[in-house]
Write a protein that binds this ligand. Structure first.
Ligand code: C2E
Ligand code: MG
Ligand code: MG
Ligand code: MG
Length: 288
């Protein structure tokens, strides 16, 4: 008898699919539980002024340690959360935790409003939710922090895809509250800078892929160079991510990049280690 290759293919495919969806379902259940149990952690990666070397802020990066699977990369569980509506509870949990940390650092006089900015990554779905403004207001109120210590990072694609009036209104509202905005992973999307100029943002983050090659010969420097020059002409500050080597820092300084973060300065730190880092390198420690 002749085998039907098509039906055989389908069988294999659907077996694989259900194994995958089972795995995803289990992971989704575990993530929901982790959020409920406040089991998601935040690490903090220092951001420095490239000219003076002063500590100017940090980026909060989510960490999830699964009891059996170990560390799950944030891109993986954030994507999972985005597919399953968990992104709203996860996102609010992260925002609140980050703001509580700001509160603690303010209380300990390790930071003062405006001299240290904590960057928090926000997913496109979060910022597009009609209640997002209320959530932010609520969290700021409950944690009693100054909005000047908070910067939201949104990816280029999340704002480039639909720049509708509602989003513009929200971004304006955030700005008037004192919350700053940064476009993350800049250069990986398709938007032009002149288009982004219409958005009330404060800074751009050049994606790691462009920093990685900045110290190599040839035209590898051009994207970073053009981004920095154009961003400055629009009055935006530029943060470079993923600085690993001194030669990369050298070139970024040559090009006039304002701020940077990366393993060259520090890996993402636990809350306790970041607090220690602030004690040693914080602006408050320098003026005292
Ligand atoms: P991102 O926002 O672009 O964050 C920068 C990523 O680069 C982080 O990876 C950081 O650990 C890594 N990194 C920093 N310096 C270096 C370096 O010198 N070399 C290299 N190779 N990597 C460096 P991480 O923590 O794995 O996060 C990956 C992505 O997951 C983030 O990219 C962000 O898109 C997302 N993410 C992380 N935390 C959150 C969160 O709380 N909410 C949301 N919505 N997304 C998050
Ligand atoms: Mg980021
Ligand atoms: Mg980034
Ligand atoms: Mg990136």
């Amino acid at each position: 008898a002749k085998r039907n290759p098509l039906s055989r293919g389908i069988q294999i495919f659907s077996a694989k699919l259900s194994a995958n969806s089972l795995k995803n379902l289990a992971l989704e259940t575990a993530l929901r539980e982790a959020i409920k149990q406040a089991d998601i952690d935040l690490f903090y990666q220092p951001i420095v002024d490239l000219e003076t070397g002063a500590l100017v802020g940090a980026e909060a990066l989510a960490r999830w340690f699964h009891p059996e699977l170990g560390n799950i990369p944030p891109l993986e569980f954030v994507t999972l959360a985005e597919r399953s509506k968990l992104i709203f509870s996860l996102g609010n949990f992260i925002l609140e935790k980050a703001c509580l940390q700001i509160h603690l650092w303010q209380q300990d006089h390790l930071i003062t409003p405006g001299d240290f900015i904590l960057h928090v990554n926000i997913s496109a779905q979060q910022i597009c939710h009609e209640d997002f403004e209320d959530w932010i207001k609520d969290i700021l109120q409950r944690t009693e922090i100054s909005a000047q210590n908070l910067m939201l990072e949104i990816t280029e694609s999340s704002v480039a895809e639909d720049i509708d009036q509602q989003l513009l209104k929200l971004l304006d509202e955030l700005k008037s509250m004192g919350v700053q905005l940064s476009i993350d992973d800049f250069g990986t999307g398709y938007s032009s800078l002149s288009y982004l100029q219409r958005l009330p943002v404060n800074s751009l983050k050049i994606d790691r892929s462009f920093i990685h090659q900045i110290n190599l010969a040839g035209d590898n420097r051009q994207v970073a160079q053009a981004t920095i020059a154009l961003a400055h002409s629009f009055g935006l500050e530029v943060v470079a991510e993923g600085i690993e080597e001194e030669s990369q820092l050298y070139w970024l300084r040559q090009l006039g990049c304002d701020m940077g973060q990366g393993y060259y300065f520090s890996k993402p730190l636990s809350a306790a280690d970041m607090t220690e880092f602030l004690r040693c390198h914080g602006s408050a420690s320098q003026t005292r």
